[in-house]
Design a protein around this ligand. Sequence first.
Ligand SMILES: Cc1cc2nc3c(=O)[nH]c(=O)nc-3n(C[C@H](O)[C@H](O)[C@H](O)COP(=O)(O)OP(=O)(O)OC[C@H]3O[C@@H](n4cnc5c(N)ncnc54)[C@H](O)[C@@H]3O)c2cc1C
Ligand SMILES: NC(=O)c1ccc[n+]([C@@H]2O[C@H](COP(=O)([O-])OP(=O)(O)OC[C@H]3O[C@@H](n4cnc5c(N)ncnc54)[C@H](OP(=O)(O)O)[C@@H]3O)[C@@H](O)[C@H]2O)c1
Length: 283
Amino acid sequence: MTVLNLEPDMNDAALASDPTKAVPVFIPDGVFAEKVTEVQHYTDRLFRFRITRPQSFRFRSGEFVMIGLPNSQKPVMRAYSVASPSWDEELEFFSIKVPGGPLTEHLQKIQVGDTIIMRPKPTGTLVNDALLPGKRLFCFSTGTGFAPFASLIRDPETYEKFEHVIVTHTCRQRDELKYSHDTVENTLNDPLVGEVAQGHLHYFPSTTREETQHMGRITTLIETGELYEAMKIAPLNAETDRIMVCGSMAFMKDIRTIVDKLGFHEGSNADPGTYVVERAFVG
Ligand SMILES: Cc1cc2nc3c(=O)[nH]c(=O)nc-3n(C[C@H](O)[C@H](O)[C@H](O)COP(=O)(O)OP(=O)(O)OC[C@H]3O[C@@H](n4cnc5c(N)ncnc54)[C@H](O)[C@@H]3O)c2cc1C
Ligand SMILES: NC(=O)c1ccc[n+]([C@@H]2O[C@H](COP(=O)([O-])OP(=O)(O)OC[C@H]3O[C@@H](n4cnc5c(N)ncnc54)[C@H](OP(=O)(O)O)[C@@H]3O)[C@@H](O)[C@H]2O)c1
């Protein structure tokens, strides 16, 4: 463990709120200590932030890492999907703010220049390698479950593996869709991936508790066929389609029931299949 007792005259944003006080920063052994480069708040429950990327840190688009704040000798570390693609020189995260949450009640206050700690080993099943080859990739998400797909849709490899990438994001309210909306728009205009994504990346947002163009849980819209009608696409077909799912446990359970009935079978890194799931949070 490294404990840095920052002096008041040090140029560190951790001191910005009270420049007269030294702030101890605890860096446990074996973790990366990175700087926040950007923070954007969407709602009182959601925000996104970017940090510097350690040169030696490698991950596959769609994986998650453990992150925390250097604010205690035993810092709270939580799983976070890396929302940026594997080629990006920074790391992006899309975060909830849980009132009284051990990590996020502090994390939501971070500012540019603050330190984030990160364990070095990424992992996860929402990776292209865990799926058999296919024509269309469906990414179904609710809430912060969009985060791994923000990574995958910005990775040119996804478009090498799949002809069409269909990303759905369902939230309670309109404002909660802004991150996915902006990420898709920026991807289509991106100098690196825009060209391969245009005409191949398809976005379907829906809300359940505020009126927007598409209303309803994605599970309902699949079962009624409204998803296919609205997007003018053929229904799910286990022969040629592949699926990734990320959201709450209840959502994952319901979508599993639907896709199992349609003949899809779950895959893993060790045994690729026609669909993979990952929870976006526990509880
Ligand atoms: C594999 C995996 C990947 C994850 N990726 C992300 C991510 O990219 N972004 C993210 O914000 N969180 C993610 N989480 C959740 C994250 O690990 C923390 O739970 C979250 O940051 C809240 O931490 P906390 O300590 O403040 O509260 P916790 O004690 O961890 O959670 C308190 C309660 O808040 C609720 N909650 C926690 N996380 C969420 C969430 N994301 N959305 C809605 N309700 C939630 C649950 O009811 C939970 O019981 C992921 C979790 C797992 C298991
Ligand atoms: N989002 C908010 O404004 C808000 C505010 C305060 C507290 N919270 C709490 O925070 C926690 C997480 O909230 P969240 O909004 O991030 O996630 P969430 O409750 O999982 O909801 C996200 C989206 O997923 C949908 N959904 C939920 N269960 C589903 C299922 N089984 N199948 C298909 N779709 C499903 C929801 O639709 P439905 O609307 O139909 O459930 C909603 O559109 C909850 O405990 C909630 O009570 C949320």
